[in-house]
Design a protein around this ligand. Structure first.
Ligand code: DC
Length: 645
């Protein structure tokens, strides 16, 4: 996909389960590889950057096995990589090339490390200088100071302290800290400059400690690793959700009213980027913290407030603040962000260029950005992303200004968050909910409305019908709540070109039989079944929008739908429609029996305790008793247009 057109968005609310943290995933992989014993890592991030790390580790002989569902087993090599000669491609993964360079330089082998063109423009000189001081053999095979690199065996000696710069990237210090225990000797690192991005060093020290190596720290100036420490596997580890990724959704909650809750990071997090929530709070957003979640909503009154902040401690999440600045009530200044210039792209220059496309006035300094938002965002801006995942993710938030925004090369998000746009859609894509009783014509109307708007379509009733059919096929009793719920939770169902498939079989007609209809009505009354289908239904919410039909779409599944319609018709009219449908299909039908059946089903559906059939207070009523399909579609479109204005 060359570009992604985001529709105008106005509100954001819901929950997002975060992918695993990139910083933690890649550190844990390397530490597990260097340790004695095998380590099971759960919730590992699955993205380009972690694949680069895994591939490199495997190439130097480390065993890594996928256990399924984001879990991996890494067989530690006790500090000695078995393969002594390898070419390693590091893509554009800074969290992989820096620490691996240090570890490989101390492992007595011949290794060549290279990456994409941009990687060869990203500095690594300070780290190489540090390694040369202890006798490592690391050479530049391209431009001095940058990858690609060639590493050869050397006898490493730790005499005095290693003197290291810390003002370009904290990853150089992380790399040395993680590698030096391999020497077994006492190692001291002294910083010769200010150390930037300090919270990332805390992540490093925290994870090293979990593998049994402690570092003594004197301020941010001097780090000492006592002699004789070895990495030992702690057994089983879990990766926290990615706090940098959380910033997009928290900002969405602050801009788009909210609440938006991110799950997987919280007050107990070891990632510095959770402090992004404090910056949002300074802008007037309302923030709630839990041990395992953070929730953001908009200010009580009015707009987000302008800010002037030193953001050195949250360099990645700070990019999200630059886009949030578009929604502030005045000039916003982001200070002490020089490291942006050596990231995936020159982020200061890229950010300034793209923010201007949205109408902002931007002043760009060596290490700061000042952003004065326009009173209205420019609609239809085409945002370039510079092969930088964070550019794509943070600029998607501009659509929350109610303007269409195009994101070029959106697939660059795969560096750290392959499903980003799906997750964003689940909290922002507009939903039209069409509720109503069986045979009210809502299916046909909803499908036509979806086609007219170019939206996706969810026929939620078919999921209940599929569940009933699956239960009948598997001989699970329809009142066996947990048995039917288990089937509902893992339905092998798909919708392809108007056909409904169950485990690959075309069941389009089978799910419309009277037996399955009656069964669907029964299983739909079971709370556990409804709960099992909830997440599945919400996952249909995609860009540019969704029309969802079913009796609880507006009340339970999508309570924040932009338009809610309750479509109904007199029971007699509905029975007659069904009668005509059946006759047209050459199926036997009895008008009286159909009417009685419908009335009984209505009564059961209205009385049941789980999601009873009822019109939401905020839904518009459309009675189709005297309307043909075209008139019913027109009535719904009028409501939708009014609500979307
Ligand atoms: O709309 P339909 O007739 O295809 O729905 C099949 C059954 O599932 C019907 O008994 C209503 C029930 N249902 C429900 O309880 N909740 C929904 N969101 C959709 C359908």
């Amino acid at each position: 996909m060359d570009s992604l057109s985001l529709p105008p968005l106005r509100v954001a609310s819901g929950r997002v389960r975060l992918p695993g943290s990139k910083s933690i995933s890649n550190r844990m992989l390397l530490l597990a590889a260097l340790a004695q014993g095998s380590t099971e890592i759960h919730d590992l991030l699955d993205s380009d950057d972690t694949r680069v790390m895994l591939a490199a580790l495997r190439k130097v002989g480390v065993g890594a096995m996928a256990l399924g569902a984001g879990a991996w087993r890494v067989e530690g090599c006790g500090g000695v990589f078995p393969v002594k000669d390898a070419d390693l491609f590091m893509g554009n993964a800074g969290t992989a090339i820096r620490p691996l360079t240090a570890a490989l330089a101390l492992s007595g082998g011949h290794y060549r490390l290279s990456g994409v063109a941009r990687m060869h423009e990203r500095p690594i000189g300070d780290l190489v200088d540090g390694l040369l001081q202890i006798g490592a053999d690391v050479r530049y095979t391209g431009n001095p100071g940058f990858p690609p690199l060639a590493i050869h065996p050397a006898s490493v000696k730790l005499a005095g302290p290693i003197r290291l710069r810390g003002d370009v990237s904290s990853q150089f210090l992380t790399a040395l800290l993680m590698a030096l225990p391999l020497t077994g000797a006492e190692a001291v690192i002294e910083m010769t400059t200010e150390l930037i991005s300090r919270p990332y060093i805390e992540i490093t020290l925290n994870l090293m400690a979990r593998f049994g190596v402690t570092v003594e720290r004197e301020g941010w100036q001097r780090f000492t690793i006592a002699a004789g420490q070895r990495y030992r596997s702690p057994g089983v580890l879990h990766v926290e959700g990615d706090a940098s990724a959380a910033s997009y959704f928290l900002a969405a909650g602050a801009i788009g009213d909210g609440p938006v809750r991110v799950e997987g990071v919280g007050s107990g997090s070891i990632q510095g980027d959770v402090r992004f929530a404090d910056a949002l709070q300074r802008m007037g957003a309302r923030i709630e913290w839990g041990e395992q979640f953070i929730e953001a909503r908009g200010p009580v009154l009015g707009k987000l407030k302008a800010f002037d902040l030193d953001l050195n401690h949250i360099p990645d999440a700070a990019m999200t603040l630059a886009v949030a600045a578009l929604f502030a009530d005045g000039r916003c200044v982001l200070r002490n962000i020089a490291s942006w210039r050596v990231k995936e792209t020159d982020r200061i220059a890229a950010m300034a260029t793209e923010l201007r496309k949205l109408g902002a006035t931007v002043e760009e300094g060596a290490d700061y950005l000042a952003i004065s938002p326009a009173s209205n965002l420019v609609p239809g801006a085409a945002i370039d992303t510079y092969d930088d995942h964070r550019m794509a993710m943070c600029f998607s938030l501009a659509a929350l200004g109610g303007v269409p925004v195009t994101i070029n090369d959106p697939q660059c998000v795969s560096k750290t968050f392959p499903d980003y746009f799906d997750a964003l859609a689940e909290i922002t894509a507009p939903v039209i909910a069409i509720d109503g009783p069986s045979a009210s014509g809502k299916g046909t109307v909803a499908e036509r409305v979806a086609a007219a708007l170019g939206y996706h379509y969810l026929d939620s009733g078919s999921l209940y019908r599929l569940t009933a059919l699956a239960a009948l096929q598997a001989a699970v009793a329809l009142d066996d709540e947990s048995g039917v719920a288990a089937l509902a939770g893992s339905l092998p169902a798909s919708f392809e070109g108007g056909r409904v498939l169950l485990a690959g079989d075309d069941v389009t007609d089978a799910i419309r039989s009277e037996k399955v209809s009656a069964g669907a009505s029964k299983v739909a009354a079971l709370p556990a079944v409804r709960a099992a289908l909830l997440a599945r239904q919400r996952a249909y919410r995609r860009f540019p929008g969704l029309v969802a039909d079913g009796r609880d779409m507006g009340s339970v599944v999508f309570p924040t739908a932009v338009a809610k319609v309750f479509l109904t018709a007199a029971a007699e009219a509905r029975a007659e429609r069904r009668y005509k449908q059946l006759i047209a299909k050459g199926m036997p039908a009895n008008m009286h029996a159909l009417l009685q059946d419908l009335q009984e089903r209505d009564a059961r559906d209205a009385q049941r305790s789980a999601a009873p059939l009822r019109q939401c207070d905020d839904a518009d009523l459309v009675d189709t008793t005297r309307l043909d399909i075209d008139a019913a579609v027109a009535a719904v479109m009028t409501i939708v247009k009014r609500q979307q204005q």
